[in-house]
Design a protein around this ligand. Structure first.
Ligand SMILES: *Cc1c(COP(=O)(O)O)cnc(C)c1O
Length: 345
């Protein structure tokens, strides 16, 4: 890895962050707060939330086994994705490399930040080779995006190949683990200690059943987390979100229970799809969704919409011609989908 100073944009490296009232005061017990121009009434919503979400991070430290100062929290993973560009990529000059197909936000954020986005197509089994990703890089490549389990394909990528990328690439490698709680593969979190150029993204939006609160996590070196913290909006994670996340984290076994149920439902639904005349292939998955190649994805998608059932049509995505992406729902929802597809033509 190149020295961090060479990877971070110059203006960000030398940035003096905004110092909020709550940043300056910390430590000793206090009971009179006249420092932040808040209204003294309407507690607890009158007070600015903790800009560094310390209580929440202390709980995440236990659940995830990552030290607090290696955790960045954002308004969804989307904030951590955008920050990667704003911290590392000089607009109009630097570029990033990503697997294709994958999550659409990496490309949208590249466009917003005026950063060239280079795609490296997966193979027909949706796998990838480290060497092909590395071959797409040049001296202006700052980031490599990997998503595992990958969206929309559903499969986990080879850990060995991912580690090869992390070890050989001179820049930053971001592994998006939004679906890791559903996966049979282990998280890459344990690799953080060995690899200073690794950033791992996770979220409360999927297995944790909390998409509405918008809480995304980035696990990385203390140095990278410190830079993210100085670039983010001071109060990027609001009080309601912090409180609700803390509630969820009090009982992490609830999540395991939901995941178990969903994995059971996934097996049933995938089996049933294989029997459908309108389904040509069901692809292996490690997530709470699967990709199914249909006889005519657009027609079937429209047919389902007319019945009030929405799936994701991925037919226009490279390697996903005629594919629908099906999220696992409740038993009732899954059965309604199947009943509709059995009636199709
Ligand atoms: C759903 C998803 C996310 C989650 O984004 P949030 O902003 O945290 O809701 C991140 N990455 C991938 C690949 C996803 O599919």
């Amino acid at each position: 890895m190149k020295p961090l100073e060479q990877l971070v944009r110059k203006n960000i490296w030398s940035l003096a962050p905004y110092s909020s009232a709550r940043d300056e005061y910390s430590g000793k017990e206090a009971h009179v707060f006249l420092d932040a121009n808040e209204n003294p009434y309407n507690a607890p919503y009158n007070r600015y939330p903790d800009p560094l979400q310390r209580e929440l991070k202390a709980m995440l430290e236990k659940v995830k086994g990552v030290p607090s100062d290696m955790i960045f929290l954002g308004n969804g993973s989307d904030e951590a994705i955008d920050l990667a560009y704003r911290v590392f990529c000089e607009p109009g000059r630097d570029n990033v490399v990503a697997i294709e197909p994958t999550y659409g936000m990496y490309k949208v954020c590249a466009d917003i930040n005026d950063v060239e986005y280079r795609r490296v197509l997966l193979d027909e089994h949706f796998g990838f080779e480290a060497d092909r990703l590395l071959a797409a890089c040049d001296e202006h490549t700052k980031l490599i995006w990997i998503c595992s389990p990958n969206n929309p394909t559903g499969n986990s990528l080879s850990r060995e190949e991912m580690l090869k990328v992390v070890e050989r690439f001179q820049g930053i490698v971001i592994v998006d683990e939004a679906y890791i709680d559903f996966a049979s593969q282990m998280s890459m979190r344990q690799e953080l200690a060995k690899h200073e150029n690794l950033i791992i993204l996770q979220t409360m939006s999927k297995a944790w059943g909390s998409a509405a609160i918008r809480l995304g996590m980035a696990f990385a070196s203390q140095e990278i987390v410190a830079i993210y913290n100085k670039v983010k909006y001071p109060y990027n994670v609001n009080l309601l979100t912090q409180q609700q996340a803390i509630e969820m984290l009090k009982d992490p076994f609830e999540v395991d229970k939901m995941v178990k149920v969903l994995l059971g439902e996934r097996t049933l639904l995938m089996q049933a799809f294989k029997e459908l005349p309108s389904c040509e292939e069901v692809y292996p998955t490690d997530a709470n969704f699967f990709l199914a190649r249909m006889t005519d994805a657009q027609k079937i998608y429209n047919y389902l919409v007319d019945l009030g059932i929405i799936v994701r049509n991925r037919t226009k995505v490279q390697l996903c011609k005629n594919c629908l992406r099906i999220t696992i729902g409740t038993r009732t929802e899954n059965q309604e989908l199947l009943a509709a597809l059995r009636q199709y033509e």
